[in-house]
Design a protein around this ligand. Structure first.
Ligand code: B12
Ligand code: SF4
Length: 590
């Protein structure tokens, strides 16, 4: 097989989580990943597709999934055996601060002459500090790196200059950090394809399913996502992807929307190959009424059969749900309300009332919404422990209002492990009464090695101590769990198992605090002894992970379309000219 031009590597949050004794807690209970955050950014798919379309050969290796799935997987050997022209490593989410750097170190250990490129929102925020590490050669900043990355890989392959590559931060020959201008910020999100067949091709070519999996349990729950835009119009104070964060740190002062017809085409494409539900992320109503009309009628045109879920930033009106009902076969909704308390929600940056949200949920079910997921968060400004616990009673009353409809699924989890770099509170903690426990990338890397999520958190909120926050989170989780069991949203066995795990997690947190009072090296030895028990508690604490799952649908069409893709890729391997890239670029001197 031809040498890869680029190998994209996704690292686990902490390297090597298999050896260290850390009680990660409920940090990832509300997303499909485990606490080592094995899911790679959607951008891997758009980068891979774009570079391949421009004549380059890209391979994707999800090291985090491989390490999770195969306890004996030898990372060093796997990296030693790779031989690409360039390594690309994502540092999109702050929790990867530890693992991504360690993986870069391994790349340099075995391939000292192969350049290592970093990218993602966190890499963009800390670009100069990151480029200062010996194991990092280049950082590509911003939310749209497909084109500069293509230019960079061609420049590296051909020994060309990188001085004019936009958004690039790098070390020059003298070791000085050079920051090229931030000029590649496309106004739309139409130049790329969120084409999952890139990952499927990668699986077929390498005959290795695990390497490309988005997260560990994906084969039993094949969920996929579609993005309506890059950037956000809103300004939630804890969000590192807010309008302000994008403007100040990622070069974007206007949201880049995906053309609604292209978005429909993305979703149709997913529907042909993948049986699971599709989440449409980033509230598409941000783009205005005409967009909404074109998108929804487009979905009707393709008669989309998979379950489809929408993230909304504010509660939609009854008319809006009627529109969804008229045009869609099977839709669900998720809203992050953060708190039941209107004052807390307002300080957070979400200006709507609990009454408006409750009415909207009623309307949704009246218009055949299949499922309504409602998310709450602990650790946000002005929120006290009493307020966190108040959420349980408010949800109980909400269930009564909607006739105890079990299709409402509430979840609560902590803002953890980190307050996002670049969010308004991170930039000005004093204004919000927060204390930051880490500022630099290196300080966050050190925090990630702490023994429990309470010690890992990079902040102390304004209205709770960390102990109060931890206790209130677990207690509210038990409360919501009981309410869900009462209305039949989860079965009794699931509820009992969750309650037991929360109790065990509380005991483990107290035991770790006790161990932390011992001096080193005794402390390390005691933590190592406790590792096995901690590992049992590191997943599905505040709820059972499968509660997040929506139904999937498999039919002959999926089988047939995937078989066609398989034949096509084998044909391309035999006859490379069949590859669907744009041959013009071969002669453009890239
Ligand atoms: C969609 C989304 C998700 C989806 C993930 C989908 C996915 N697989 O990418 C879900 C809901 C699962 C999710 C989960 C989480 N998320 Co999130 N998410 C978002 C959201 C709403 C949009 C992201 C987006 O628009 N991406 C599009 C662009 C920006 O990224 P991209 O196309 O994937 O990648 C481009 C660039 O980042 C860059 N790039 C990325 N990787 C690489 C690698 C290389 C080598 C290079 C050169 C470039 C590069 O180039 C790409 C293409 O041009 C943002 C908020 C926002 N408004 O941005 C939060 C956001 C990114 N998430 C955030 C967080 C904290 C999380 C979680 C850690 C939360 C948690 N504790 O569970 C988890 C992590 C999950 C995991 N890895 O396992 C923070 C990140 C802050 C930070 N700096 O750390 C954000 C900013 C805001 C927030 N709080 O939600 N998230
Ligand atoms: S949390 Fe707020 S600012 Fe961040 S992506 Fe969601 S709506 Fe936008």
């Amino acid at each position: 097989m031809a040498k890869a031009d680029l190998v994209l590597l996704h690292a686990p949050s902490v390297y090597d989580f298999r050896e260290t004794s850390i009680m990660y807690g409920p940090v990832s209970d509300l997303v499909p990943s485990s606490p080592i955050f094995e899911m790679y950014p959607l951008g891997f798919t758009t980068i891979g597709e774009y570079l391949e379309r421009h004549g380059l050969h890209v391979k994707l290796v999800n090291l985090a999934v491989l390490m999770l799935s195969k306890p004996k997987f030898d990372v060093e050997k796997a990296i030693r055996e790779m031989d690409p022209h360039v390594f690309g490593i994502d540092l999109h989410w702050m929790p990867h601060a530890h693992g991504s750097i360690e993986i870069a170190r391994l790349c340099k250990k075995y391939h000292p002459d192969t350049p290592v490129v970093f990218g993602g929102l966190t890499a963009s925020y800390f670009h100069e500090e990151l480029a200062g590490y010996d194991c990092v050669d280049y950082v590509l900043r911003g939310d749209s790196t497909e084109e500069p990355f293509t230019q960079l890989v061609y420049a590296i392959k051909r020994g060309g200059s990188v001085a004019d590559i936009p958004n690039l931060t790098y070390k020059d020959a003298s070791g000085a950090i050079v920051v090229n201008p931030f000029t590649c910020v496309p106004p739309t999100f139409d130049h790329v394809k969120l084409d999952y067949s890139f990952s499927m091709r990668s699986v077929i070519r390498t005959r290795d399913m695990l390497s490309s999996l988005p997260f560990k349990g994906w084969l039993s729950y094949p969920v996929s996502a579609s993005l309506t835009c890059r950037g956000c119009t809103r300004n939630c104070v804890t969000c590192g992807g807010s309008a302000t964060a994008f403007r100040e740190h990622f070069g974007r002062d206007r949201v880049a929307f995906r053309d609604p017809d292209l978005l429909v085409a993305d979703i149709a494409h997913i529907g042909r190959h993948i049986p699971g539900p599709v989440f449409v992320l980033n509230d598409f109503r941000q783009a205005g009424d005409e967009y909404v009309e074109r998108f929804i009628t487009g979905l009707r045109r393709i008669d989309f059969k998979n379950p489809i879920g929408f993230e909304f930033f504010t509660p939609p009106s009854e008319d809006f749900f009627a529109l969804l009902d008229e045009n869609l076969n099977d839709y669900s909704v998720e809203i992050s309300a953060e708190s039941h308390d209107d004052d807390v929600r307002e300080v957070f940056g979400k200006q709507y009332t609990w009454e408006a949200l409750s009415a909207s949920i009623e309307h949704a079910f009246k218009h055949n919404c299949q499922r309504f997921d409602l998310y709450f968060m602990t650790g946000i400004p002005t929120q006290t422990a009493a307020s966190v616990l108040g959420t349980v009673g408010a949800v109980d009353e909400l269930y009564e209002r909607i006739g105890n409809n079990p299709k409402l699924l509430p979840f609560i989890g902590p803002m953890a492990p980190f307050l996002d770099p670049g969010c308004m509170i991170f930039e000005d903690p004093d204004r919000f009464g927060y204390t930051l426990r880490a500022h630099t990338l290196e300080e966050h890397r050190q925090l990630l090695m702490q023994p429990s999520w309470k010690h890992i958190l990079n902040y102390i909120p304004d209205a709770m101590t960390l102990d109060e926050m931890v206790d209130a989170t677990y207690e509210a989780a038990v409360g919501l769990n009981r309410v869900k069991a009462k209305v039949g949203a989860i079965d009794a066995a699931t509820a009992a198992a969750t309650e037991r795990r929360v109790l065990e997690a509380q005991i483990a947190m107290a035991r770790i605090d006790e161990i932390m009072r011992h001096p080193e090296p005794e402390r390390g030895a005691l933590l190592d002894e406790y590792k096995h028990e901690i590992d049992q508690l590191n997943e599905s604490t505040v709820c059972e992970k499968t509660e997040l799952n929506w139904p999937a649908r498999m039919d002959f069409g999926h089988f047939w379309n995937n078989a066609k893709l398989l034949f096509r890729v084998y044909a391309e391997l035999l006859f490379p000219r069949l590859r669907a890239y744009d041959h013009r670029f071969e002669n453009e001197g890239r």
